[in-house]
Ligand binder design. Structure first.
Ligand code: ZN
Ligand code: ZN
Ligand code: ZN
Length: 389
């Protein structure tokens, strides 16, 4: 059981930072002092104290009783004053307070049925309904799977239950965004002042504050206007990874580049939670620009020369958030060979290189054939000695 703490800032506009109110802990119902069945209260009467929903000693006119039955209820008793009745729902047996006027001229709603519907919708939306918001009847409090309490419009929960949108926990999401920025050497300051949801304000390590697209923060493709550090000039890596996708049973290889490959696998590829990623090889590159150029060149050639080893997008759509550069595991020796070639080009002295110097001359690299010598004994290699930062 989570203990509720009263909101420290009763600001109805803010979301995510407050906890659900302690009032109305039983949703929309109160416990009448003289009756065992909880009484659901329409939102317009929720400021009336529970003690005021006492029985009102007067007979129930036949006409009222007939109308109630025709609308799916039974009048249990008169309550509060001569204008109110307690209706018993013929569907669920729950009791709801109603004005006689509403009963006679409109369709009274069963508060118990409505609340059950909210609980069901919340469950379908992946959250747990806690209470209605006493300040605003279109809002309720819900507990997200992470444990945080969220204030949301019921209408949003309804759309989330239908799969149209999600219910995101801002607290957790903000933490994730802050982490993304930190990984790139920036600090998340806040939302875009002009309200563009794709942009944020970040502060670089050099104190420069800048408006940057979140997508660029995720990929690290951003330049600092203060110190001039650019993604293109920052060190990067070319990586070779093996990805296991349990849902489709696929095992694939990915050749890509990133200044922070682990981060890329965690946040940017949209991999399912149960996906397993093994970084097979990491080739440090002096700049993002060089990494990008080499990776693009390698992938273009691989697609041209080994079309059968390129896994069609349809096979992993929805599991990996890229549209190319995904290969069959049988291409592993070739991919190692390609990386050997890049390594030799980047580091021509070859001090740390495993490449066969004859296979890819630094100056003749344009036509190097990654297929050359696929059985060259590279299978067992599981990474080089350089540790990523
Ligand atoms: Zn009902
Ligand atoms: Zn959360
Ligand atoms: Zn800077």
């Amino acid at each position: 059981m989570t203990e509720f703490t009263p909101p420290t800032h009763p600001d109805p506009g803010s979301q995510g930072s407050l906890t659900a109110p302690t009032t109305l802990m039983h949703g929309s119902s109160v416990q009448p002092p003289d009756h065992p069945v909880p009484l659901h209260i329409p939102h317009r009467s929720r400021d009336v104290a529970a003690a005021d929903w006492l029985g009102f000693p007067a007979p129930i006119p036949d006409r009222w009783a007939q109308v109630a039955v025709s609308k799916g209820f039974r009048i249990d008793r008169r309550i509060r004053d001569r204008y109110h009745v307690a209706l018993t729902c013929q569907t669920c047996g729950g009791q709801t307070a109603s004005k006689v006027y509403t009963l006679m001229t409109a369709e009274p709603r069963c508060g118990a049925c409505a609340e059950r519907r909210i609980r069901d919708l919340a469950k379908a939306a992946g959250v747990e309904f806690l209470v209605r918001d006493p300040e605003d009847h279109v809002y309720g409090w819900f507990r997200a799977p992470c444990g945080h309490e969220l204030r949301r419009q019921f209408e949003l929960i309804e759309r989330a239950a239908a799969g149209i949108c999600g219910v995101r926990c801002e607290t957790c999401h903000a933490a994730r965004e802050a982490e993304e920025a930190e990984a790139q050497g920036w600090t998340l300051i806040g939302p875009d002042p002009s309200g563009d949801r794709n942009y944020r304000i970040y502060r670089h390590g050099c104190r420069q504050e800048q408006r940057i697209a979140r997508a660029n923060m995720q990929t690290g493709r951003l330049d600092c206007g203060g110190c001039g550090e650019s993604w293109a000039s920052k060190p990067s890596n070319i990586y070779l990874a093996r990805i296991d996708l349990p849902a489709s049973g696929l095992r694939v290889l990915k050749l890509g580049y990133s200044s922070n490959p682990k981060h890329r696998f965690r946040y940017q590829l949209g991999l399912p939670r149960d996906a397993e990623v093994e970084l097979l090889r990491l080739l440090p590159m002096p700049t993002g620009h060089a990494a990008c150029a080499e990776e693009r060149r390698a992938n273009t050639r691989l697609a041209k020369r080994y079309p059968d080893a390129v896994i069609p997008v349809d096979a992993y759509a929805g599991e990996i958030n890229v549209v190319s550069e995904i290969y069959c595991p049988t291409l592993l020796p070739v991919l190692h060979k390609v990386l050997d070639g890049i390594e030799a080009r980047i580091n021509p002295s070859g001090a740390n290189s495993h490449a066969d110097p004859g296979s890819d001359m630094p100056d003749g690299g344009e036509d190097d054939d990654p297929a050359h010598g696929p059985d060259g004994g590279n299978d067992g290699r599981s990474g080089n000695s350089t540790t990523p930062s």
